[in-house]
Design a binder for this molecule. Structure first.
Ligand code: PEP
Ligand code: MN
Length: 340
């Protein structure tokens, strides 16, 4: 439920509504981005809905009381009709410019990450990606360089100015990763790790939330709601392919997710064609499809020497392929009134 106050509502009228929400055992949540006060009423209101709508209409200064049709409230378009634009250390995600986050799957060495950072920047990437804590299917596979990897990412940022996106897998690592990262990535396997979602929700740092392998679009939004309801509104959603019966590609890109999410939420939406396809030969086509479909950006794995990459080599572009793709993405973006 949302309570929309009159534009001229006095602060004590807004306060009275908030106090009443708390008195009846609910949680008020104020939309900070708009001039008119919009208060979301959070909590289990199902049975009391009709009575509550009437009750709050009687408060002075209240213009309208609306029900939000979806289970996600703060992530919904009804609560926040305008697109959210998230400031990731100066790079705006969700605005006219679509963002390109590029870099290796994993940070492998300082020389590697700095070299690739310069290369992707030169071709127009706006952020650098690289995992230091890696969720690997096999416990025997390369697990990432940990804090050393974070330091290398920080060095690459210092040298290139590119903000960094890196994954956090565990609640106990959130504070450490938040010290280094500009955007904290929650990977597909952790999309429904509710303790982790609550923890990243409690700090002030943008979160890139990737869709779970077997999760619905609705589940993705409920996970975003966990983060926002803890106080962190800076959530960027990411479609990265889902598991289906199709085995010609590593995962199946759900391109539909982009227009559906655009309708259901104000949060920015990115797409990761590298993990969605698992094969560098398909990455370019799907990246172009994503921008054409209205994605706010793409996440691309780029490696100097994919054959010797410590993770995800088969889906990584070489720097020259990335450069060529960037030229094509710019033209696609222009066709849909965006820039890259
Ligand atoms: C990654 O970005 O390298 C990664 C592991 O992504 P996902 O969680 O989507 O598999
Ligand atoms: Mn990867």
């Amino acid at each position: 439920m949302i309570i929309i106050m009159q534009t001229q509502a006095a602060p004590d009228q807004v306060q009275a509504v908030e106090d009443e929400i708390i008195r009846i055992g609910m949680k008020p949540f104020m939309n900070p981005g708009v001039e008119r006060k919009v208060i979301a009423v959070l909590g289990a209101i199902d049975a009391k809905k009709a009575d509550l709508v009437e009750h709050f209409y009687s408060f002075p200064g209240v213009e309208r009381v609306d029900l939000i049709s979806h289970l996600w409230k703060l992530a919904s378009r009804e609560y926040h009709p305008q697109d959210s634009v998230i400031d990731a250390s100066g790079v705006l995600v969700g605005g006219v410019q679509a963002v390109v986050v590029a870099g290796p799957c994993s940070v492998e060495s300082e020389a590697q990450i700095i070299d690739i950072a310069f290369k992707v920047k030169e071709s127009g990437a706006t952020m650098l990606r690289g995992g230091a804590f890696k969720p690997r299917t096999s416990p025997y596979a390369f697990q990432g360089l940990g804090e050393e990897g974070l330091k290398m990412l920080a060095k690459a940022r210092e040298e290139t100015g590119l903000p960094i996106v890196t994954e956090v897998m565990d609640t106990t690592d959130v504070d450490l990763i938040a010290e280094y990262a500009d955007v904290m990535q929650i990977g597909t396997r952790n999309m429904q790790n509710y303790s982790l979602l609550k923890k990243v929700g409690s700090i002030r740092k943008p979160v890139l939330l990737k869709r779970g392998l077997g999760c619905k679009i609705r589940d993705l939004l409920m996970s975003a709601e966990y983060i926002i309801s803890e106080g962190n509104q800076d959530v960027i959603l990411c479609e990265r392919g889902i598991t289906t019966f199709e085995d010609a590609t590593r995962n199946t890109t759900d391109i539909n997710a982009i227009p559906v999410l655009k309708l259901w939420t104000h949060l920015p939406i990115m797409l990761d064609p590298s993990h969605a396809t698992g094969d560098w030969r398909y990455v370019g086509s799907v990246a172009k499809a994503a921008i054409a479909a209205g994605a706010d950006g793409v996440l691309l794995e780029v490696h100097q020497d994919p054959r010797h990459a410590l993770s995800d080599g088969p889906q990584s572009l070489r720097p020259e392929q990335f450069t060529e793709l960037m030229g094509q993405l710019r033209r696609v973006a222009e066709a849909v009134d965006r820039t890259i």
